[in-house]
Each structure stands twice: as structure tokens, then as C-alpha cells.
Design a protein around this ligand. Sequence first.
Ligand SMILES: Nc1ncnc2c1ncn2[C@@H]1O[C@H](COP(=O)(O)OP(=O)(O)OP(=O)(O)O)[C@@H](O)[C@H]1O
Ligand SMILES: [Mg+2]
Length: 368
Amino acid sequence: MQVEQTDIIALIEASLEANYSDVRAISNRIAKSISVQDVEFAKKIKSILRRKGVPLRSSGYMENLPVDAKSRMALVEEHQWPVSPLFLNKDAKCVFDTFITDIVNIDRLISHGLAGRLNMLLSGPPGTGKTLIAGHLAAQLNRPLYVVRLDSVISSMLGDTAKNLRQIFEYVPTKNGILFLDEVDAVAKLRDDNHEVGELKRVVNTLIQGLDSLDDHTIVIAATNHSGLLDPAIWRRFPYKIKFNLPELEIRSELWHHFLFMDNGNEQTAKVLAELSEGLSGADIESISIGARRKSILLNCEINIGSVIKAVISSSPGNAELPSGAELDNAEKKDIACMLNSKHGVSKVDLAKILAVSRQTIASYLKE
Ligand SMILES: Nc1ncnc2c1ncn2[C@@H]1O[C@H](COP(=O)(O)OP(=O)(O)OP(=O)(O)O)[C@@H](O)[C@H]1O
Ligand SMILES: [Mg+2]
């Protein structure tokens, strides 16, 4: 096994400084050099690296992050890489993969004069995975993710806002980081706040100048729920775009399968729940699923699918109802059985399984 002594020293130093970016980078280098002789050991290191670290703030450590001059609040935060999977439809996956491939091959593209801005814009309704995908991109590219804290950046003095933005654009490239402008429309929304048009223009210009000042290797991801509010000049600076929609049937089925059944069988029930949950976001499906699993643990019983269905039916986007976990009464079971059978063609056998009653009972529900 060949580990450079300098790497060991650097790793110890980075750990004591709580410099997680360096800890990850050095450990990755060590894993790579070890992998030739000992694949398993290298895999073990990689899997530890995928785990969440201690949040920077609670570790009592604040790197030398740029801060707002008046409030002394940090302007960016380093976010941990996500540990949960991301489910994307074909179109989104295609843009995701192209983005990664272009970044990995950026030097080749530069040498052919084909480099462009490595900026991606994510738009779509809340809870559809925009923040999650930013984390996944950072993890796949093995780079720290710096999330801009718009509450600290946007100061009551627009002049300070511009200064803050400039600080961020100078800082992130020094860390080889990915800059994540979450809720980028907040800048555009300043328009409503009775600021002078000229002043606001200056902030938008600073943002644009910041984007233009970055070299070919810096990656910027921006997310917005209100793509219509964005200045067209900002819009144009993001060549890669993913437009998120509420998840379609197949994705909903994967979300239920993952969040409710922890990827363990029960695909038929996941499909039925997917049919019923049209219009709900991934975050809604996650919160109903976690609610149901909590009940099942605390009540010491199997997940009560009937109560999950009831919660799904009474949920609306962004307003997920938590399952009560209580057994449905006969009238409720009958209503659900009839609805699933007539509207979604669910067979009697599946209904019996889903509602945990006998096939005869289902037959009698449907006959009545
Ligand atoms: N497509 C998806 N695949 C996997 N998980 C998802 C997906 N969409 C949503 N989720 C779940 O919902 C959670 C919230 O999603 P996320 O924070 O990424 O939404 P968002 O689009 O950034 O919303 P907002 O606009 O409110 O910031 C995720 O952490 C994840 O657990
Ligand atoms: Mg988000």
C-alpha cells in the first residue's frame, strides 16, 4: 500500500482545522492510490466520505467564510453531500449527465475552443428536488457545495448587497467549489421592495459581472421557483437548464418505493400509491412516508397502507397530511376499495393485500 507521507500530514492538519473540503480531497487521493492494491479498503474510505459530516456550525468552526460587514453573518454555507438517492425523469437525467461529462472533460473542450459557462439553472415548484440535485452534482464531481445565504447577502443597503455578492464570487473559486445560488429570484424580487430601479439594476449587474468574472472551471448552479421573475440577462448566463415538474407516475412510484418501503419489495402497492398521488411533490411523498413509518415503529405494527391512502387523498401540494396510523373503519375501507377498483382497475387480490382484509370481504365491498 502506497500512501504519501505528505498526504498523511496534510490529512491530520486538515482534520484539526476542520477543513472538510481538504479532508475529503486528501482522503479521496489516498483512496485512489490504495485502490490499486486493495480495492476493498479504498471502497471503505469512499463510503465513509459519502457520509454526512458534522455541520460546520455545530463543530464550532466557521472556516474563513466571507461575511457581511455589518451583521458579521456568513454569506455562504458549505452544505453536506446528500445521502438519499435522486429520482429524475429521462430528460432531466440527460441534462444532468451531459453537465457532468462536460465538466469532467472541460480541459479537452477548452483545448478545442469549445468551453462555455458551466452554469446550470434549476426551475420548478417547491419540493421537487432542486436543492437535492445540486448536492448530487457536487458529490459526483467531488467538490464542496457553497450555498449562498441570501438572507445575509441581501442587505437593507443595496450597495452592501453588491459588495457581498462580489465577495462571494471571489471566494468560491479559491476553494474549487460549486456556487449554489438557491432562490436566485430573491434578487429579482427586490423590484417589489420600493428600491430605486437604478439601484436594483446595480445589484443585478453585480450578479451578472460576478457570473462573467468566473473562469472556465467554476461551476454555478442556480435554483428558482419563479423562473418568470428572473432577469433575461441572468437567464441567458445559464446554458444548462433543468425544468422540474411535479413528479410523473413512474417517478412517484420510485419515490414511494424508496421512502415508504425502503426499496424493499411491495412494488404493486407503490404503484397504486403513485396513481393516487398525482399532483404531490417528492417532498410531500417523503413526508407522508416518513410519517407512516414513524407510526409503524411507535405502534409496533406493519405500515398501515389504508391510513397512508387516506392521508394521500386528503393531501394537497405542499400540504401533506400525516397518516394517523389508525385502522380504517369498514365504511372507509369499502370506499377506498371501490374507488381503487373502479377508477384505477386495482384487482381484488391486490385490494385484499393493500387493505389487509380477506378477498371475500373485498368481494362483498364491491358487490354492495
Ligand atoms: N426527484 C426526487 N428524488 C428524490 N427525492 C426527492 C425528489 N424530489 C423531492 N425529493 C425529496 O424531497 C426533499 C426536498 O427536496 P428539495 O429540497 O430538493 O426541493 P426543492 O425543489 O429544492 O424545493 P424548494 O423549491 O422548496 O427549495 C428532498 O430532500 C428529497 O428527500
Ligand atoms: Mg430548494
